[in-house]
Design a protein around this ligand. Sequence first.
Ligand code: FAD
Length: 448
Amino acid sequence: MAPSLSPIRSHHVAVIGAGAAGLVAARELRREGHSVVVFERQKQVGGTWIYTDHVEPDPLSVDPTRPVVHSSVYATLRTNLPRECMGYRDFPFVARSGDQRRFPSHGEVLAYLQEFAKEFAIEEVIRFETAVERVAPATEGENGKWRVESTEKEKRVRRDEVYDAVVVCNGHYIEPRLAEIPGISSWPGKEMHSHNYRIPEPFKDQVVVLIGNSASAIDISRDIAGHAKEVHVAGRSNPADTFIKQPGYSNLWMHSMIESVHEDGSVVFQNGQMILVDVIMHCTGYKYHFPFLETNGSVTVDDNRVGPLYKHVFPPELAPWLSFIGIPWQVVPFPLFELQSKWIAGVLSGRIMLPSKEDMMEDIKSLYATLEAQGIQKRYTHRMGIAQFEYNDWLATQCGCPGTEEWRKEMYLTTGVRKRAKPETYRDEWEDHHLISQASQDFSLYTH
Ligand code: FAD
């Protein structure tokens, strides 16, 4: 473990959420000498990796009053990144006693996060079963403190406290986005979102359409194909004439997007195919959602752009006293969370300087202008893909620590190629043995 740095200033910081982001935030903030309270509404650490059979009563998760089930993980889920690549940089995700596979099941990821929490004694600062209900500026003006209102154990204990800073780590896979489908209000079948998918058995003998091109649509379609009569996947980005039977399956087809649905239960695709369908499952991703946060308009969510945020972390108007971890997507999440956390911790202590408010706003405007010039829609503002490595390296430079390891970048890229080419087998067959060796050499610094 790296030695603790002597802080320039120590602050009292509230972290919202004890998933992969909140855990590493707590560790980095404490390393830097801040005092931390983590609020977690569930009974344990791990966030989305805590698998549960339960699903929400509203299968589309649109009812704002519904009881929220946090996890979006389904029973057969295995990681879509190899474990070497996926873990925090200085706490490698090596095979321990459980699932030894390179792309392990969700339970192995949960066990890893539990071990991380134990290793760094993070549970001692977590308030479990405590939901944050409201976060708002406590005072007017610059450097304002934050009022955090929370309720513990079904509202039996209410707290109203003041913190110097708040770090938001509430996760972004809870509030579903839905596809717009012409005719859906009179279509008689069942609709659901992948957030509420757990097991394939209920789809036995059914005709199911999944909407989406993401990892979930690819995995869930194959999971269901073993039980359903027919599975059809409709992708918005597929060319209009797409109609491809998936190799290795007798009942799985890829289509272009749905054109319309009808009262007789039929679904018509842009490719002209028409079928009678029992279930439409939206595998269409999620919306950023901060129901507890009041910033007087300083931070808004507009078509899934959270902004303005300097480097996807600090709203200039409220920096550094409010920050967000985990906004970027299409990334390797844990190491990115780790670097964002180090940056926030260092900025709060005054060891790392932020630019002026005006310069941060200029940087954000220039990002927006670049996206617009490239014809990229707002909702892709936080999508990173390959750009994540430049972003990580920038954060690492700010923090004075090494950038992303070359093997990690290469492993991410080669896995992506394999995943697209061989969605059935990429988790069990690979050729990047040299990268695994390089990773284990690096890991020997941290494992004992
Ligand atoms: P979460 O894990 O969602 O944690 C947020 C926490 O905040 C939760 O514990 C929640 O209870 C708590 N919380 C929220 N609101 C409040 C509140 N108001 N008060 C108190 N507590 C609150 N990543 C990978 O690296 N590899 C993969 O293979 C992979 N596969 C995935 C598959 C699926 C289906 C999904 C949905 C995600 C996958 N991810 C994967 C991404 C995954 O989301 C990240 O790895 C990571 O777990 C996100 O961590 P987080 O802390 O940001 O959010």
